[in-house]
Design a protein around this ligand. Structure first.
Ligand SMILES: Cc1cc2nc3c(=O)[nH]c(=O)nc-3n(C[C@H](O)[C@H](O)[C@H](O)COP(=O)(O)OP(=O)(O)OC[C@H]3O[C@@H](n4cnc5c(N)ncnc54)[C@H](O)[C@@H]3O)c2cc1C
Length: 266
C-alpha cells in the first residue's frame, strides 16, 4: 500500500508575519514547525504501513527549509519525502496550493491513501484536504478520529461531526483528514534520526512537475487578501442569568442599547 502524508510548515509562534504590500504570508524557515495536526497524520500513515505493509511518502509544498521537517517525518517512520519548492509557487491560495500538491501526488501514482491534518494552524481554512481530493477525483472523509479497517480496496473510518460520530466506508484511493484523537504520535528513535539524514529526499520545481503556470502561485490564486487586521478586543462582558425567557428579554434589551449607541434605530 502506498500512503502519502501531506505536511505543512507553520510558524512556531502564533504571530503570522504578512508582507505589508502583498498581504501574503512571510515564511521564515528558522521559526517553523510541522503543523500540529500533521504530526497525527504522519503517525497514522506509519501505523497503517506497519499493519498492512507498503511505504509512506511525505509531501510538502514549501520553502527549501521545509526539508528539515520532512527529514523529521522520516525519523518517525516515513520512508521517503518530496518537497515541492519553487519561487513560482509563492503567494498561492488554497486552490493553487491544492493544484500543486495534486501534481506532486500524480507523480507518485499509484497511490492508495492520502492523509492530511484536519487543518493548518496558520491558514486555518481546512480546505486543502477536500480540494486536493477533488483535484484528484477521489473520495474524501474529513475529521477522522479512527481507522476501523483497511483492505486493498476500501477503508472504514470514524468521523467526528458536530453532533457525534459517523462510521463511513470509502473506496480506495481516498483522502482522509485526521483530528488529534486518532493517535498519540511517537517520538523519533536515535536510529531514526540518524537514518533520516540520508533517507531518500527529492525536490521538485514547477517545471519538473510540468505545472500550468496560470494555476500556481499568486497568478493561479483567485483569492486576493485586500486587508488584514487584528480584531478589536471588547473588554466589557455581561453575564445574563435567569430563566430562558428572562434571559432572552435581557439579551434583547442589551442589543437594543448597543444598536442605539451605535446610532442604529431598532
Ligand atoms: C490570497 C492568499 C495568498 C496567500 N499567500 C501566501 C504566501 O505568499 N505564502 C504562503 O506560504 N502562503 C500563502 N497563503 C496561504 C496558503 O494559501 C495556505 O496556507 C495554503 O493554501 C494552505 O491552506 P491552509 O493553511 O488553510 O491549510 P488547511 O487547508 O487548513 O490545511 C489542511 C491540511 O492540508 C495539508 N496542507 C496544507 N498546506 C500544505 C502544504 N503547503 N504542503 C503540504 N500539505 C499541506 C496539511 O496536511 C494540512 O494539515 C495565501 C493564502 C491566500 C488566500
Amino acid at each position: 500500500m502506498r500512503i502519502v502524508v501531506c505536511i505543512k510548515q507553520v510558524p512556531s509562534t502564533n504571530k503570522v508575519q504578512l508582507h505589508p504590500e502583498t498581504n501574503t504570508i512571510i515564511r521564515d524557515g528558522r521559526q517553523s514547525v510541522t503543523n500540529p495536526f500533521d504530526t497525527y497524520a504522519i503517525e497514522e500513515a506509519v501505523r497503517v504501513k506497519e499493519a498492512v505493509g507498503g511505504e509512506v511518502i511525505a509531501l510538502s509544498m514549501g520553502i527549501p527549509e521545509t526539508e528539515r521537517l520532512l527529514r523529521d517525518a522520516e525519523s518517525r517512520g516515513v520512508d521517503r519525502a518530496v518537497l515541492l519548492s519553487d519561487r513560482n509557487f509563492a503567494g498561492a491560495d488554497t486552490l493553487a496550493t491544492s493544484y500543486t500538491l495534486s501534481l506532486g501526488i500524480r507523480e507518485l501514482f499509484p497511490v492508495d491513501l492520502i492523509l492530511c491534518g484536519k487543518m493548518a494552524v496558520d491558514g486555518d481554512t481546512a480546505q486543502i484536504g477536500p480540494e486536493l481530493a477533488e483535484q484528484l477525483g477521489i473520495p474524501h472523509v474529513t475529521d477522522v478520529s479512527e481507522i476501523d479497517s483497511i483492505t486493498e480496496t476500501a477503508i472504514e473510518c470514524k468521523k467526528e461531526t458536530d453532533h457525534g460520530y459517523q462510521h463511513l466506508k470509502v473506496k480506495l484511493p481516498a483522502l482522509l483528514t485526521v483530528i488529534k484523537d486518532i493517535n498519540m504520535p511517537r517520538m523519533p528513535s536515535i536510529k531514526g534520526v540518524l537514518d533520516s539524514q540520508t533517507a531518500p529526499f527529492e525536490r521538485k520545481d514547477a517545471e519538473k512537475l510540468d505545472a500550468d503556470f496560470q494555476r500556481i502561485g499568486l497568478t493561479g490564486s483567485p483569492t486576493q487578501v485586500v486587508k488584514t487586521f487584528i480584531p478589536e478586543r471588547m473588554s466589557e462582558a455581561v453575564e445574563i442569568v435567569g430563566e430562558a425567557e428572562e434571559q432572552a428579554k435581557k439579551a434583547r434589551n442589551i442589543i437594543n442599547e448597543v444598536l442605539k449607541d451605535g446610532g442604529v434605530e431598532y
